[in-house]
Structure formats: structure tokens, C-alpha cells
Design a protein around this ligand. Structure first.
Ligand code: NAG
Ligand code: NAG
Ligand code: NAG
Ligand code: NAG
Ligand code: NAG
Length: 153
């Protein structure tokens, strides 16, 4: 009898605690895994290191990078830093991995002519996403995505 009561108390405690964790998104986000999108943007017509000797391609700093889904809905946006590095973190509760991979792309909103006047001033670099890997950081699952390949569109 006593153990049944203790079980009931634990059950009640769990029921009381659950909505709080769900409301904070912490528990579920951890279980589903945060979605990270990282990369380095280069100042070239495909946003990549060019040619065999890539070290000569400069990076593309201060470039706007957006995650667009469906018919161009902006889900998240950032700017490349002084090293051309961009990083986006998505809430997995609002962005299911499968639909992000199938339905979203990275769009560079700053024209290439900004980093090299010889490059086009019209069109934007766009890339679909690819899965890089999944890591466990403590209890938190992190899903890493990257640009599959930029194209000037
Ligand atoms: C590659 O680039 C570096 C730095 O610009 C230069 O020192 C090196 O000679 C280049 N190598 C080739 C094979 O072009
Ligand atoms: C694609 O994204 C748009 C905008 O976020 C959404 O309305 C649509 O339902 C998504 N389609 C799929 C197949 O996930
Ligand atoms: C850009 O971000 C990367 C990754 O966070 C960092 O390693 C690098 O030092 C940053 N560069 C600048 C110039 O802030
Ligand atoms: C600028 O772009 C042109 C055309 O692609 C290229 O030949 C040149 O090397 C680029 N300049 C720099 C500094 O990267
Ligand atoms: C995912 O990204 C994190 C942070 O950028 C990094 O520490 C981790 O090694 C990456 N994991 C994989 C599998 O790429």
C-alpha cells in the first residue's frame, strides 16, 4: 500500500512537472535535437574555394545569409563574420529535420559584387542543405547541416 502511494506521488509530480518542461521547449528540443547550419562563404561565383589552389579565394564577410523555406519564406537569417563564417540554429519544435532538408535552402542576400567588383551584382547565391552528422553534447542532440553547393541564381 505504502509503495502504491509513493508511486502515485511520483506520478503526480511527473504530471505537474511535464507541462513546464514542454512549455520551455527544453526537454523536447533536447530529445529532437537542435538543428545547426554552419559553413564558410567564399567570394566566388559558387561561394566555394576556387580551383586547385583554394587558398587564393578570399572569404565573403558581412554577407546576409537566410534560410528560406517553401515559396521563399524566411525562417532564420544571419550575417557572415569577418572570417566568412555563418551559423544558424533552428528550433526543432518548429522545424522538422526532414522538411528542412527537403523544403529549405540557404540564400545569400548580399550581391557577389560587394566582395569583388568583377563578380555579378545581380542574382543571389543559393544552396540546398545536406546532412553533415549528428553529435551528442551532454544530453543535447545536435544535428549539423551545411550547404550542399551554392549556385548563382
Ligand atoms: C598557392 O597559393 C599560395 C598562396 O597564395 C602560394 O604561395 C602557392 O605558391 C600557390 N601554389 C600553387 C601550386 O599555385
Ligand atoms: C515548405 O515550407 C512552407 C513554408 O514554411 C510550408 O508552408 C510548407 O508546408 C512546407 N512544405 C513541406 C512539404 O514541408
Ligand atoms: C568567425 O566565427 C568563427 C566561428 O565562430 C570563429 O572561429 C572566427 O574567429 C570568427 N571570425 C571573426 C573575425 O570574428
Ligand atoms: C574577382 O573576380 C574575378 C572574376 O571571377 C577573378 O578573376 C579575380 O581573381 C577576383 N579577385 C579576387 C581578389 O579574388
Ligand atoms: C556539429 O557541430 C558542432 C558545433 O559546430 C561540432 O562540435 C560537432 O563536431 C559537429 N558534429 C558533426 C558530426 O559534424
Amino acid at each position: 500500500m505504502a509503495s502504491a502511494n509513493i508511486f502515485l506521488i511520483f506520478l503526480l509530480a511527473a504530471l505537474v512537472a511535464t507541462p513546464v518542461a514542454v512549455a520551455q521547449g527544453g526537454l523536447l528540443s533536447g530529445l529532437l535535437g537542435l538543428i545547426h547550419i554552419d559553413g564558410v562563404l567564399y567570394c566566388s561565383p559558387n561561394g566555394k574555394l576556387d580551383g586547385i589552389n583554394g587558398s587564393t579565394t578570399p572569404i565573403f564577410p558581412n554577407a546576409g545569409v537566410q534560410l528560406q523555406c517553401g515559396a521563399g519564406n524566411v525562417i532564420s537569417s544571419t550575417t557572415t563574420n569577418g572570417s566568412g563564417v555563418f551559423s544558424l540554429v533552428l528550433d526543432p519544435l518548429q522545424n522538422l529535420l526532414s522538411s528542412v532538408l527537403s523544403n529549405c535552402s540557404l540564400v545569400v542576400t548580399t550581391p557577389l559584387s560587394t566582395c569583388n567588383a568583377s563578380l555579378p551584382s545581380v542574382g543571389f547565391l543559393q544552396s540546398p542543405l545536406q546532412l553533415v552528422g549528428k553529435t551528442l553534447v551532454g544530453l543535447l542532440r545536435i544535428v549539423n547541416l551545411s550547404a550542399a553547393g551554392f549556385q548563382l541564381l
